[in-house]
Design a protein. Structure first.
Length: 313
């Protein structure tokens, strides 16, 4: 059944029936707006847009996978501020002939990923469009802590990473070459595994800056370097190439470090910490903050790809 047959409000009823309610939700879908708890009077907010053909392909991933990816892109941004996500707002622009079941499965993915942090989908909007587009806004709570910005890194800080990098980029390359294995890489592209809890943990531990690695580690650390007016030096030895990634790189003729250092969509977290601060469990030192303005690898320029840019790719 297409959504042209159910209509906008019929589809909304079907979707809302599949969504749970998070602990921060006072009023969820059904009114003109939702009401969400903001415990300390501040709300952290982030928005991402996914466009079919640009950010996802329906022949590469199921609707639920795409929903989880759409949610993860926003939930990771909230975690990178040292906050915990509380709610999602979703805008869906869809062709009228889109199957209702696909839209329902998309909502399942959004709800499942949000539930990982105790959040829920509290509202949104739908409209017809020739291009399938998903826009998600996430709201979050700092629980009384200061936000962790990109601009706080200091010379002498250590640079640390939580989560994995390179897996989603490797999966994208595998899919783009027409393959479906190794499964661990393909699944990483379809459904990122995000260390959400380690963002607030870093904030509580005294992280001086933090960012969601969505466009590539070198590119995103470059944002910290620019905002903080510092340089960042990474240690190549800190990045071990997993066996499946090494084998795929060999078969496809790709340098795996291009995936590790410039690949996006894993939504790992990168942060800087004072050198004398014990890192929270799950964080690994990968470099240090230095004088300068660029990101280097073993104190040398990185001449490979820097990462994703929506208007230059």
């Amino acid at each position: 059944m297409s959504i042209a047959r159910t209509g906008e409000f019929g589809l909304i009823e079907r979707v809302v029936a599949r969504l749970g309610t998070g602990p921060a939700t006072i009023i969820g879908p059904g009114d003109d707006a939702a009401v969400v708890i903001a415990s300390d009077g501040r709300v952290v907010a982030s928005t991402d847009v996914l466009v079919e053909g640009r950010h996802f392909r329906r022949d590469w991933a199921e609707a639920e996978d795409i929903g989880r990816r759409a949610a993860a892109a926003n939930l990771a941004d909230i975690a990178a501020m040292g906050a915990t996500a509380t709610a999602l707002l979703v805008g869906l622009c869809a062709p009228p002939d889109l199957d209702v079941a696909w839209a329902e499965q998309l909502s399942d993915g959004l709800a499942t990923e949000a539930a990982l942090v105790g959040a829920s989908v509290v509202g949104g909007d739908m409209t017809a469009s020739p291009t399938l587009t998903i826009a998600v806004t996430a709201l979050g709570d700092l629980h009384g802590l200061p936000p962790v910005l990109r601009s706080g890194a200091q010379v002498g800080d250590v640079v640390a990473l939580a989560g994995r990098v390179g897996f989603a980029a490797a999966g994208y390359t595998v899919l783009s070459r027409g393959f479906r294995t190794p499964k661990i890489l393909v699944e990483a592209y379809r459904r990122p595994v995000v260390p959400y809890a380690l963002g607030p943990a870093a904030g509580r531990a005294g992280a001086t800056s933090m960012i969601d690695v969505s466009d590539g580690l070198i590119a995103d650390l470059g944002h910290i370097a620019h905002a903080s007016k510092v340089g960042v030096n990474l240690h190549r030895s800190a990045f071990k190439v997993p066996e499946q990634m090494r084998d795929a790189a060999l078969a496809l003729g790709v340098d795996p470090y291009q995936w590790l250092l410039a690949g996006g969509d894993d939504h790992a977290l990168a942060a800087t910490f004072p050198a004398d601060v014990p890192l929270p469990e799950g964080w690994q030192v990968i470099g240090e903050v230095i004088e300068g303005s660029t990101v280097t690898l073993d104190n040398r320029p990185w001449y490979g790809p820097k990462g994703w840019d929506h208007f230059r790719a």
